[in-house]
Design a protein around this ligand. Structure first.
Ligand SMILES: [Zn+2]
Length: 400
């Protein structure tokens, strides 16, 4: 049985790493993320797991059994000034679920591996789902050279953790894995609105991340007449509004420019350069959304006589999750007394990588309030314990 007290204690202990009060800043591939891994490693080793870290800093803890294993987990990093539940709750519930099976002396036929993926958020290096992408051999070439704001590369960050620096080495054979399960907070209001503690994910939206650099011409803001300007920020502004208009006009689509920088950045200088991010998501026809936005970028810059370069950071297609695993999760949630609805995930998750690599994959959502990626995000211990028990039930069905 799940121990809600232990789950809550461990949640608090984990939240103190890189955190104060309800705010957590535990960036991927940082020393704090490593401290979190060490804490989780200790809990799992104490239950008899064989524990290892791979070349992309993912933590795996394996419990005995033969043949293909069941992988279960989530991530331990957060965004800057995020909350204590996004990612962490999935690792905590996986730890609790396996602890419950070990405590009940359930004999495993298949191995169960708990995983804590590294750098899911991509907050530091701009590469989301980093650890799981590496483990499933889906990293773009040259990713190790990407740098953070201080000029430190992913390869250097890995070396600082004691790895060789090449995350591609983390690749493992998806055929070793019979199923992947992940529990995560919902990060949206649907379960709360429905008054239900748990949901089951049917699909994960397609996600496109890019960095766009607009190059115009920096000029004197007083002496340069309006017809003689190549204003990079004005072009970028038009693109921001085009993103909004295009996403609004398509079903189940969202588009966001969440980061923007202007150079040289002085009040009396026409902006010569503007760099901003694109985040484009859709549950259907994701390719069409990306195509429309990129066409708008091309059209706007050519009409304004500036130049644009688009640097693709990540492109993950719409990911349908496995119907058979969905049925397993349905039974597992029903057995804890919850009629869990099917939900589309608008957020990206590590689960996309195993699913896109052919591993039967399923996700449980736990009701959360207060938004997500903020210190206000919250999941109650009661709901988390229900989720952990459902996860334990599903693992038992799949591994015994
Ligand atoms: Zn997450």
């Amino acid at each position: 049985m799940i121990d809600p007290g232990r789950l809550e204690r461990r949640s608090s202990e984990l939240a103190r790493i890189g955190g104060t009060d309800t705010s957590v800043s535990r960036l991927g591939l940082s020393a704090d993320e490593q401290r979190a891994r060490d804490l989780v490693r200790g809990w799992l080793a104490a239950k008899g797991a064989q524990v290892r870290r791979d070349a992309a800093a993912n933590l795996f803890a394996r419990f005995h059994g033969e043949g293909q294993g069941i992988l279960v987990g989530s991530h331990l990093d957060s965004v800057p000034e995020g909350g204590r539940f996004d990612g962490a709750l999935g690792v905590l519930c996986a730890v609790e679920a396996i602890a419950a099976l070990v405590d009940a002396k359930i004999k495993l036929r298949r191995p169960i591996e708990v995983v804590a993926w590294a750098d899911e958020e991509g907050a530091r290096f701009g590469v989301g789902l980093f650890g799981s992408t590496a483990a499933f051999g889906r990293l773009a070439r040259g990713v190790g050279d990407r740098t953070d704001r201080d000029g430190i590369s992913i390869a250097e960050a890995l070396r600082a953790l004691g790895e060789q620096g090449d995350p591609a080495v983390a690749r493992r054979d998806p055929k070793e894995i019979a199923a992947y399960l992940e529990l995560h907070i919902e990060q949206g209001p649907r379960l709360e609105t429905a008054g239900l503690p748990l949901g089951i994910v049917s699909d994960i939206v397609g996600i496109y991340h890019a960095r766009v650099a607009i190059r115009g011409r920096a000029d004197h803001a007083g002496a340069t007449v309006m017809t003689a300007r190549a204003d990079a920020l004005a072009a970028a502004s038009e693109i921001v509004l085009a993103v909004e208009r295009i996403a609004r006009g398509r079903p189940d689509s969202v588009g966001t420019v969440g980061e923007i920088a202007v150079r040289p950045g002085a009040k009396n200088v026409v902006p010569g350069e503007c760099v901003f991010t694109l985040d484009l998501r859709a549950a259907r026809d994701h390719d069409g959304l990306v195509r429309d936005v990129l066409e708008a970028v091309t059209g706007i810059v050519s009409a304004r006589g500036v130049e644009a370069s688009v640097d693709d950071l990540a492109r993950v297609p719409v990911t349908p999750l496995d119907p058979k695993i969905r049925d397993v999760l349905k039974r597992a949630t029903t057995s804890v007394g919850v009629e869990a609805p099917l939900l589309v995930s608008g957020a990206g998750h590590d689960a996309q990588n195993p699913a896109l690599s052919g591993v039967p994959t399923g996700m449980i959502f736990v009701r959360s309030t207060g938004g997500s990626h903020t210190p206000r995000e919250f999941a109650s211990t009661e709901d988390a314990a229900l989720g952990a028990q459902a996860l334990a039930n599903a693992l038992k069905e799949l591994a015994t």
